[in-house]
Design a protein. Structure first.
Length: 123
Protein backbone atom coordinates (compact mmCIF):
# COMPACT_ATOMS: atom_id res chain seq x y z
CA UNK A 1 0.00 0.00 0.00
CA UNK A 2 1.25 3.47 -0.85
CA UNK A 3 1.73 5.58 2.25
CA UNK A 4 2.69 8.72 0.35
CA UNK A 5 1.13 10.25 -2.74
CA UNK A 6 1.86 13.48 -4.56
CA UNK A 7 -1.02 15.86 -5.05
CA UNK A 8 -1.21 19.49 -6.18
CA UNK A 9 -0.57 22.07 -3.51
CA UNK A 10 -3.77 23.23 -1.76
CA UNK A 11 -5.01 26.57 -2.97
CA UNK A 12 -5.51 28.63 0.14
CA UNK A 13 -5.86 32.38 0.62
CA UNK A 14 -2.58 34.16 1.00
CA UNK A 15 -1.43 34.89 4.50
CA UNK A 16 -0.41 38.15 6.13
CA UNK A 17 2.22 40.31 4.43
CA UNK A 18 5.75 39.67 5.55
CA UNK A 19 5.14 35.99 6.28
CA UNK A 20 6.75 33.44 4.00
CA UNK A 21 4.14 31.96 1.66
CA UNK A 22 4.67 28.37 2.84
CA UNK A 23 4.37 29.43 6.47
CA UNK A 24 1.28 31.52 5.79
CA UNK A 25 -0.41 28.63 3.96
CA UNK A 26 0.54 26.19 6.74
CA UNK A 27 -0.88 28.58 9.34
CA UNK A 28 -4.11 28.82 7.34
CA UNK A 29 -4.41 25.05 7.13
CA UNK A 30 -3.76 24.74 10.87
CA UNK A 31 -6.55 27.26 11.47
CA UNK A 32 -8.85 24.93 9.52
CA UNK A 33 -7.76 22.04 11.77
CA UNK A 34 -8.51 24.15 14.81
CA UNK A 35 -12.01 24.90 13.50
CA UNK A 36 -12.61 21.18 12.94
CA UNK A 37 -11.28 20.29 16.40
CA UNK A 38 -13.43 22.88 18.16
CA UNK A 39 -16.56 21.85 16.30
CA UNK A 40 -16.82 25.19 14.48
CA UNK A 41 -17.08 23.34 11.19
CA UNK A 42 -17.87 19.80 10.22
CA UNK A 43 -17.45 17.96 6.94
CA UNK A 44 -19.71 14.93 6.52
CA UNK A 45 -19.69 12.26 9.22
CA UNK A 46 -16.98 11.71 11.79
CA UNK A 47 -14.96 9.47 9.43
CA UNK A 48 -14.97 12.04 6.64
CA UNK A 49 -14.14 14.82 9.08
CA UNK A 50 -11.20 12.81 10.45
CA UNK A 51 -9.93 12.08 6.94
CA UNK A 52 -10.17 15.74 5.86
CA UNK A 53 -8.48 16.82 9.09
CA UNK A 54 -5.63 14.37 8.49
CA UNK A 55 -5.25 15.49 4.87
CA UNK A 56 -5.11 19.15 5.87
CA UNK A 57 -2.62 18.41 8.68
CA UNK A 58 -0.35 16.49 6.28
CA UNK A 59 -0.50 19.35 3.78
CA UNK A 60 0.45 21.88 6.46
CA UNK A 61 3.36 19.69 7.55
CA UNK A 62 4.55 19.24 3.96
CA UNK A 63 4.51 23.00 3.40
CA UNK A 64 6.87 23.55 6.30
CA UNK A 65 9.19 20.63 5.58
CA UNK A 66 12.46 21.84 4.07
CA UNK A 67 12.47 20.94 0.37
CA UNK A 68 15.63 18.87 0.67
CA UNK A 69 14.41 16.89 3.66
CA UNK A 70 13.76 13.29 2.77
CA UNK A 71 10.26 11.97 3.15
CA UNK A 72 9.44 9.75 6.05
CA UNK A 73 9.21 6.76 3.73
CA UNK A 74 12.81 7.23 2.56
CA UNK A 75 14.05 7.40 6.15
CA UNK A 76 12.12 4.24 6.98
CA UNK A 77 13.44 2.50 3.85
CA UNK A 78 17.05 3.33 4.71
CA UNK A 79 16.49 2.23 8.31
CA UNK A 80 15.10 -1.09 7.07
CA UNK A 81 18.03 -1.64 4.69
CA UNK A 82 20.77 -1.01 7.26
CA UNK A 83 22.62 -4.09 8.45
CA UNK A 84 23.01 -3.80 12.24
CA UNK A 85 26.35 -5.65 12.08
CA UNK A 86 29.46 -3.52 12.29
CA UNK A 87 31.81 -3.19 9.33
CA UNK A 88 34.63 -5.68 9.13
CA UNK A 89 37.55 -4.52 7.02
CA UNK A 90 40.05 -6.77 5.26
CA UNK A 91 43.74 -5.95 4.75
CA UNK A 92 42.86 -3.99 1.56
CA UNK A 93 40.34 -1.77 3.36
CA UNK A 94 37.25 -3.42 1.88
CA UNK A 95 34.25 -4.10 4.08
CA UNK A 96 33.81 -7.85 4.18
CA UNK A 97 30.69 -7.60 6.35
CA UNK A 98 28.70 -5.71 3.74
CA UNK A 99 30.34 -6.77 0.50
CA UNK A 100 32.07 -3.50 -0.37
CA UNK A 101 35.44 -4.96 -1.27
CA UNK A 102 36.94 -2.12 -3.28
CA UNK A 103 36.63 0.87 -0.95
CA UNK A 104 39.27 3.51 -1.51
CA UNK A 105 41.36 4.87 1.39
CA UNK A 106 39.18 7.23 3.42
CA UNK A 107 35.98 5.99 1.79
CA UNK A 108 33.29 4.77 4.17
CA UNK A 109 31.28 1.63 3.76
CA UNK A 110 27.81 2.68 2.50
CA UNK A 111 26.25 0.78 5.39
CA UNK A 112 28.23 2.90 7.84
CA UNK A 113 27.25 6.03 5.91
CA UNK A 114 23.59 5.01 6.10
CA UNK A 115 23.87 4.48 9.86
CA UNK A 116 25.43 7.92 10.25
CA UNK A 117 22.73 9.51 8.07
CA UNK A 118 19.92 7.93 10.07
CA UNK A 119 21.59 9.13 13.26
CA UNK A 120 21.80 12.69 11.86
CA UNK A 121 18.14 12.53 10.88
CA UNK A 122 17.30 11.70 14.47
CA UNK A 123 15.29 8.76 13.26
ZN1 LIG B 1 30.39 -2.15 6.12
Amino acid sequence: MLTTITIPRPHVPTGPLGVHEDRADADYLRAVISKIDTGYTRVGGSGVTAMIRSLVADAAEALETPPNAPGRDIVQLVRDLIDPDECWFDHNGGCQAHGYFSLQPGELCPNAEAKAWISEMGA
